[in-house]
Structure formats: C-alpha cells, structure tokens
Design a protein around this ligand. Structure first.
Ligand code: PAF
Length: 293
C-alpha cells in the first residue's frame, strides 16, 4: 500500500489493517507531510465530503475512515440496517480529494477477547446520552482507537452531531491525545434539513415535513437572541415540530455552547439541541444562540 503521489489517486487506496494505515502515515511523515483524519460510518453525503474538503485545507494528506461501529449502537438500534456502500463511498471520497480510505472490519477493531471500555461524563450527560446511553462510550472508544492508530495532526467532525463533537473534544483533552479536533458547521439541504445518512429512512412525505425541525430551532434561536424566555422558546419548538408530524420528541433543550450544561437563558453563547422521530428516522439537529443583551 503506497499511495504517496502528491495528487489524490483514483480509485482511492483502501487500507484494511492498522499495519497498512500506520505504514502509509509513516511514509507521509518521512516526507514531512501533515495528516488529517475524517472518521465516518460511511453512506457518505455532501456533509461528509465537506469534512474532507475542510481536512484538505488543514493538512497535506487526508485519510477518511469508514467503520460502522457496533459499540455505539444498542441491540435494538439500526446497526444491521445502517446503510453501507463502501465502493460508492470510495468514489465520492476520491472526487472530494481524499488521499486514502481506512475501512477496517469489526474483528480487526475489536479482536476476540477485547475487554476495554471508556467512560465519558461532562458533555456526554443528558440529551442523546439519556436516550442512547450506549452511544458516547462507544464513540469515545472507536475514536480513541482511530486517533491512536492513525496519529493524525488534526481530525474533522461535523457540528450536526454537536454533542458528539463536544464529547470528542473533551476526552481528547482529558486523555492528552495529541490530535486537534476541528468542527465544521452543519451542511444542509436547500430546504434546511441537516444532511444525515439516516435521512435515507424517510418516506417522501416525511422528507417534506422534516425541515420543520431546523425552521423551529432557527425561529426559537432568533427569539432567544432578542431576549426571549427559554421556556417559551422550547415550548414553541415542541409544538411546531409536533404539528409538522414529528412523533416522539426525545428532547428539546437549551445548553451552554461549550460545556453543554443546561442553561435557562442565553447569557453566554448557547446551543439549542433537539432530537425527534419522523417515522422510523430519529433526526437530530442544533443551532447556535448568540448571547442576548
Ligand atoms: O459521527 C459518526 O459518523 C460516528 O459517530 C463516528 C464519529 C465516526 C464514530 O463512529
């Protein structure tokens, strides 16, 4: 595996083992090149490709990873039906200027006898941490492994998974992992719906209603920035998305933008975050709220 040409090659070199990944990164290091990592679970859309393009601005070489990580799914969740298309993803990555793909299989990441877990608190508490209690420990485990396997200079994640981004920032800092964690603003469809691999679960009718989540969050963020009261803003979001056809609402909350501690007013930069079900799709979204006067 020697994808060392200055320009991204096509088809994209695909590495399956940590040995191949490390050999590639070491070769780049010998040439004095910097390396960015873009961890994904595949089923790539323009949001992911935006991460790759941002990574290209930040480093000389970009490695994307595709690994549908079993430890972040509970047994009743969508691990088995999570969309997978490695060949299509590789073509998209090559088109976005990615230099190599690391796509290990489950046994390579979690060999027989694997017995280690990572426990995360702080920004992992509440929100998705309540409704998907397995998730952030699993994310911390796999992202820590990917960081230690690739040892990149920088890694890029989307703000669409805002709580995940804050959790990754926190454990990277807490564990002194020498990787800079960069966030990229959410990439949206023309009607505002946040791009997500799980949008594939939406029927045409559900898809037409789904952007109301973003519209409700944006309207509430504007009201809060004008000095509006938090309870009213959260209630307005709930009724607006329920009216749009969202079924169960997991949460709608206002949190401190950095620590993710609950706040009752946007006196410092804050974040409105929501998760709700449209049919079989659990959609999450969030928007920033500037401090009100
Ligand atoms: O956001 C994702 O796609 C995943 O949670 C991640 C960060 C790749 C870890 O599996």
């Amino acid at each position: 595996m020697t994808p060392t040409a200055a320009q991204p090659s096509s088809p994209l070199p695909i590495m399956k083992t940590v040995g191949d990944l490390r050999a590639q990164v070491a070769a780049w290091r010998r040439d004095g090149l910097t390396v960015a990592l873009v961890p994904t679970m595949g089923a790539l859309h323009d949001g992911h490709l935006g991460l790759v393009r941002r990574a290209r601005d930040l480093a000389d070489r970009v490695v994307a990873t595709i690994f549908v990580n079993p430890t972040q799914f509970a047994p009743h969740e969508d691990f088995d039906r999570y969309p997978r298309d490695e060949a299509g993803d590789a073509t998209k990555l090559a088109g976005a200027g990615c230099h190599a793909l690391y796509a290990p299989d489950v046994r390579a990441m979690y060999p027989q006898g694997f017995a280690t877990a990572i426990s995360v608190g702080g920004p992992a508490e509440g929100l998705c941490g309540t409704f998907r209690p397995q998730m952030f420990g699993g994310v911390a485990l796999v992202v820590t492994k990917l960081f230690l396997q690739a040892l990149p200079d920088v890694a890029v994640f989307g703000e669409k998974d805002y709580q995940q981004l804050m959790v990754i920032r926190r454990f990277t800092r807490d564990l002194d992992i020498p990787v800079r964690v960069e966030g990229l603003p959410t990439v949206r469809e023309a009607d505002g719906l946040a791009m997500s691999s799980r949008n594939a679960y939406l029927s045409a009718d559900e898809r037409s209603r789904a952007p109301e989540l973003y519209r409700a969050l944006t309207a509430a963020a504007e009201a809060l920035a004008r000095g509006g009261e938090a309870d009213g803003a959260l209630t307005a979001i709930r009724s607006r998305i329920a009216e749009a056809g969202f079924g169960s609402i997991d949460y709608v909350e206002l949190r401190d933008a950095e620590t993710l501690e609950p706040v009752t007013a946007a006196l410092r930069p804050a974040r409105l975050l929501a998760a709700a079900w449209m049919g079989k799709a659990r959609l999450i979204d969030n928007v920033g709220v500037p401090p009100s006067l």
